[in-house]
Write a protein that binds this ligand. Structure first.
Ligand code: DNO
Length: 356
């Protein structure tokens, strides 16, 4: 297991590479070219410059999150092959720079969805939260406007203002894309990119839909064990793998996180590990990583990863906003650094006790 930390790039992140370097055990970052638009071919020089910047700070790029898949590919538009070609060239450049893990998602219109970005907890920390009742009452446009104020001036991945400006057109684009079609389009995309992944040994790691059910009437397909097994069996190549995000699968209390990790043995390339606290089954908030602060047994989760031989990259995921930090919601330094330490502590204990 390699512990890493997500970093959005010096132009977008309040956290610096030097700070990340001082977190014990963290040697690599998960990053991206945050300004690229989905569908666009990444520029080789920009990848090289990013790599150089990270390496000069004494770190390495452990993986990319994300190379976003554009809507034409997701809806299966007539011109999708052109965008798949761009994606393949991007993967080629990443492979040439020795980058071997790429996280992406196949969610229609939005990336992950939260209804509050700064819910205050008793201890004064703030966390991101989701209430189904709030989604049922609001349209996406109004939701974006209400979230904007809590963004602390940062751009949230998947909720970029340019994208939100076209939200009506986007909904129109997906209106005939049911779950089966979306799944077929994903398979088409994966089959097309597997050869380049084989050539450069690139592990594609699909991120789950968060929350793990349909929002605003859009289809969602990466939500549970059955869907994941269907995906890895349909494109049965080790490079077609999973980003196992505990906080996304865990949104649905029907999902058994530990059992799902076991079922996916060998195909989890990237782990996002975090904890949730449920108020009701469809009202939850993002807790500290520590088991007792939320509803997940983090020891059992880490043990399942260890027992299934997980040797990919891991990162702490959304943290609380604590100690007065102002950062992108979920992506401050302090609470994620605490998370990284806690998860490494669990791992060390599991590893040592299993070798006794
Ligand atoms: C949320 C993240 C997601 C993830 C994308 C992957 O904080 O986990 O935005 O990066 O879904 O494409």
């Amino acid at each position: 297991m390699e512990m890493t930390f997500r970093w959005f790039g010096s132009k977008f992140d309040s956290v610096t590479l030097n700070q990340i370097r001082q977190i014990p055990g963290v040697k690599g970052v998960i990053t991206t070219l945050y300004e690229t638009v989905p569908g666009e071919e990444w520029k080789k020089e920009e990848i090289k410059a990013l790599k150089k910047e990270v390496e000069e700070a004494g770190l390495k790029i452990s993986g990319i999150e994300s190379v976003n898949v554009c809507d034409a590919i997701k809806v299966g538009a007539p011109d999708r092959d052109k965008y798949i070609e761009n994606y393949i060239r991007t993967l080629t450049y990443l492979g040439e720079e020795d980058i071997h893990t790429v996280c992406y998602n196949f969610m229609p219109v939005f990336d992950w969805t939260r209804t509050e970005l700064a819910r205050e907890r008793k201890d004064g920390s703030t966390v991101m939260a989701y209430t189904q009742a709030a989604v049922d009452k609001i349209n996406p446009d109004d939701m974006f406007n209400s979230l904007k104020e809590d963004c602390n001036g940062f751009v949230l991945p998947g909720w970029e203002p340019e994208r939100m400006a076209q939200v009506k057109e986007l909904f129109e684009l997906y209106k005939d894309v049911d779950a089966d079609k979306l799944f077929d389009n994903l398979v088409y995309f994966l089959n097309a990119i597997m050869p380049v992944c084989d050539k450069y040994d690139i592990n594609m790691a699909i991120h789950p839909d968060d929350p793990a059910w349909s929002v605003f009437g859009l289809s969602r397909i990466i939500t549970n064990k059955e869907q994941l097994l269907k995906l890895i069996n349909t494109v049965d190549n080790v490079h077609n793998g999973i980003t196992f995000c505990t906080g996304s699968y865990g949104t649905s209390l029907n999902n058994d996180i530990v059992d799902t990790i076991h079922a996916l043995k060998g195909r989890i390339h990237f782990a996002h590990v975090r904890n949730l606290k449920f108020i009701t089954p469809d009202n939850f908030e993002e807790a500290a990583h520590l088991s007792s602060d939320g509803d997940f047994d983090m020891y059992e989760i880490m043990k399942a990863l260890y027992d299934t031989g997980f040797d990919g990259i891991m990162r702490p995921d959304h943290g609380r906003m604590i100690w007065g930090e102002k950062a992108m919601p979920g992506y401050g330094l302090y609470d994620r650094a605490l998370g990284a330490m806690y998860l490494q502590g669990l791992w060390e204990a599991i590893e040592k006790s299993s070798k006794r």
